[in-house]
Write a new protein. Structure first.
Length: 279
C-alpha cells in the first residue's frame, strides 16, 4: 500500500512538473532573487512572529500527519489492548502494580490518565484533568494550523513583492528591448513561487493538521471513557463492551490461554456483565 501511494505521488508530481515546465527551461523558471525574497521573507516571519518551539512542534506534527495510514477508529483500536491490560492489572493488583505497568505504555494521553488513577484521583478530578489536557492539546494543534495558515496568506504576498522588485530592475533596462521579454518572465516567476507554495504546500499541510486534530479529539474521547472505567476498577471485558471492542478482548484472552475460541464461560460472563451494565 505504501509503495503504491509513493508511485501515485511520483506520477502526479511528474504530471505537475510537465504542466509547468512544458516549453520552458529551468533557467527561465528559476530566479534566485525571487527565491531569496519569498523564502527569506517567510523565514523572517517565522523567526519574528512565532516561538521557535512552536515552529519545531509544527514540523513534528507535519511529520506525524504525513505518517497517518489508517482511520481514526483503527488507531484507537490499536491502543485498546494496552487499556484492557492496565484495567486487568489495576483490578487484580491495585495502584502500585498499575504504576509499574505504566512504564510500558507508549501513548502519552493514556499514560497521563493512568498515572492520575495510580495516584488516587477520584472520578471528577480525573475528568477535570483529562479535559484540561485535551484542551491544551487542541490549543497546540490550533496554533500549529494557524502558523501554516499565516504562511498560506503570506507566500503570495511575498511572491508579489518579489515580482515588483524584479520589475523595478526591468524598468531600468527598457532601452534594451531584446531583453525585455525574458526579464519580464523572470519577474513573474516570483508570483508563481508564492502561489505554488501557498496552494500546493502550506494549504494541504494545514488540512493534514486539521485531520490530525480531529483524530486526536476522537482518540481522547474514547480513551477518557476507557480511563473512567479503569478508575472504577471495572472488569476489562466490561470496558471492552463499552468501547465496542469485545473482539479485542477475545483476542487478548486467546493469546493468554492459547485457546482457539473464547471459553464457554466467557460468553456467560459477557451476558451477565451486559445485564449489570444495562446494555
Amino acid at each position: 500500500m505504501v509503495t503504491r501511494s509513493i508511485a501515485i505521488g511520483i506520477i502526479l508530481l511528474c504530471l505537475l512538473a510537465y504542466g509547468f515546465l512544458n516549453g520552458l527551461s529551468l533557467s527561465q523558471v528559476i530566479n534566485p532573487q525571487s527565491l531569496a525574497i519569498v523564502f527569506g521573507g517567510m523565514a523572517v516571519v517565522l523567526w519574528v512572529g512565532f516561538p521557535q518551539e512552536r515552529v519545531r512542534a509544527t514540523i513534528d506534527a507535519i511529520g506525524k500527519s504525513m505518517a497517518m495510514k489508517t482511520t481514526p477508529e483503527e488507531d484507537t483500536r490499536a491502543i485498546l489492548p494496552q487499556v484492557l491490560e492496565l484495567a486487568g492489572i489495576y483490578r487484580l493488583k491495585g495502584p502500585l502494580a498499575l504504576e509499574k505497568a505504566i512504564n510500558r505504555v507508549n501513548h502519552e494521553y493514556l499514560k497521563f490518565g493512568a498515572s492520575l488513577i495510580a495516584e488516587g484521583y477520584d472520578r471528577w478530578s480525573l475528568v477535570s484533568a483529562l479535559e484540561r489536557e485535551s484542551v491544551i492539546a487542541r490549543g497546540e494543534r490550533k496554533a500549529q494550523i494557524q502558523l501554516l495558515t499565516t504562511l498560506t496568506r503570506l507566500a503570495p504576498a511575498l511572491g508579489m513583492a518579489g515580482t515588483v522588485v524584479s520589475l523595478m530592475h526591468v524598468m531600468q533596462h527598457l532601452d534594451t528591448s531584446e531583453q525585455l521579454g525574458p526579464s519580464m518572465g523572470l519577474a513573474l516567476s516570483s508570483t508563481l513561487y508564492g502561489i505554488l507554495l501557498a496552494n500546493l504546500c502550506f494549504l494541504p499541510l494545514a488540512s493534514k493538521l486539521e485531520e490530525l486534530a480531529r483524530r486526536e479529539v476522537y482518540e481522547h474521547s474514547m480513551l477518557t471513557e476507557a480511563l473512567l472505567g479503569l478508575q472504577q476498577a471495572m472488569h476489562p471485558l466490561r470496558i471492552a463492551e463499552k468501547l465496542n471492542a469485545y473482539d479485542i478482548y477475545c483476542e487478548m484472552k486467546k493469546a493468554e490461554t492459547g485457546l482457539q475460541e473464547p471459553a464457554a464461560g466467557l460468553e456467560d460472563t459477557t451476558h451477565n456483565l451486559k445485564q449489570g451494565a444495562g446494555f
